[in-house]
Design a protein around this ligand. Structure first.
Ligand SMILES: Nc1nc2c(c(=O)[nH]1)N[C@H]1C(S)=C(S)[C@@H](COP(=O)(O)O)O[C@H]1N2
Ligand SMILES: [Mo]
Length: 223
C-alpha cells in the first residue's frame, strides 16, 4: 500500500488469518444456536467476558498522525465534506459507555469513549433520501458496510479516546467508529471515509463469509 497524506503503513495483510476465518465461517464455528435477548442478557450467546482489550485486525497498522487525519463524507449527501483534525475536534462532543462484542467470542464491558456522535456527522452532511447504506473505508484498506438504520443510532460514535486516554494506535487511533450493538468488525479502525449509498456494498469480511449485519444477540456471525 502506498504512502498517502503522510500515513505510514506497517505490516502486511495476514493471509493465513484471513483464510482461517473464512474457514470458520464455512463451518459455522462458535455457534450455539441460542438467541439472546439484549434486554435480559448482557452477554450475547456464545461470548465470554475479558478484562483486557484484545487487538484484532488484518495485520496492517497505518500510522496516521492526528495532523494528517481527515475524514471524508461523500456519496449521496447534500453537503459532502472532508473534515480535518481541527474541524473534527470542533464538532459536538459526547461521552459514551458501552459493551463491545467481537465475533471471535470475546466481549468487554464498560468501555468509555469520547468523540463525535455519528448523529452530528449525519447532520453535517445531510444524507439524501436515497441514501440507505454506508460503506466505511479505512487507511489499511479495510472496508465494512452498515444499513442506515444501524449507522444512524444515538449510541454510535466516531471515537478519539478510550477510557480517558487518546485512542491507541493499535485500536484505531487517532479515530475509529464504534457501533456497539453489532459485532466489532463493523467498528472500523483508522477510519478515513464514509460513503453514503443507495445500494448495499458488503465489506472485507462480509464478502468472506461473515454475516452482512452482525447482531450478536442473534449470533449473526456468519452469513
Ligand atoms: N481498519 C480496520 N478496522 C477494523 C479491523 C481491521 O482489520 N481494520 N478489524 C475489525 C475487527 S474484525 C475487529 S474484531 C475489531 C477489533 O478492534 P480492536 O483491535 O480495537 O479490538 O476491529 C475491526 N475494525
Ligand atoms: Mo473481529
Amino acid at each position: 500500500m502506498a504512502e498517502e497524506d503522510g500515513v505510514r503503513i506497517e505490516g502486511a495483510i495476514k493471509d493465513k488469518l484471513v483464510r482461517t476465518k473464512e474457514g470458520w465461517a464455512r463451518e459455522g464455528r462458535l455457534l450455539t444456536g441460542q438467541a439472546g435477548d439484549p434486554e435480559r442478557d448482557r452477554l450475547p450467546p456464545g461470548q465470554r467476558l475479558v478484562r483486557d482489550f484484545p487487538v484484532l485486525d488484518l495485520g496492517v497498522h497505518p500510522a496516521v498522525p492526528a495532523e494528517a487525519a481527515k475524514l471524508r463524507l461523500d456519496g449521496l449527501v447534500a453537503a459532502p465534506a472532508t473534515l480535518d483534525w481541527t474541524e473534527l475536534q470542533a464538532m459536538p462532543r459526547q461521552q459514551f459507555r458501552n459493551d463491545i462484542h467481537c465475533v471471535t467470542q470475546w466481549s468487554r464491558y464498560d468501555n468509555d469513549w469520547d468523540g463525535v456522535p455519528v448523529s452530528a456527522l449525519i447532520e453535517r452532511v445531510r444524507p439524501k433520501d436515497e441514501a440507505r447504506f454506508v460503506s466505511l473505508e479505512s487507511h489499511d484498506g479495510y472496508t465494512t458496510n452498515l444499513a442506515m438504520d444501524d449507522f444512524d443510532r444515538p449510541e454510535n460514535v466516531l471515537a478519539f479516546a478510550w477510557n480517558g486516554a487518546p485512542l491507541e494506535h493499535q485500536h484505531g487511533g487517532p479515530m475509529r467508529l464504534v457501533v456497539p450493538h453489532l459485532y466489532l468488525w463493523k467498528s472500523a479502525k483508522w477510519l478515513r471515509r464514509i460513503e453514503f449509498l443507495a445500494a448495499d456494498r458488503p465489506g472485507f469480511w462480509e464478502v468472506r463469509g461473515y454475516h452482512n449485519r452482525g447482531n450478536p444477540w442473534n449470533e449473526e456471525r456468519y452469513g
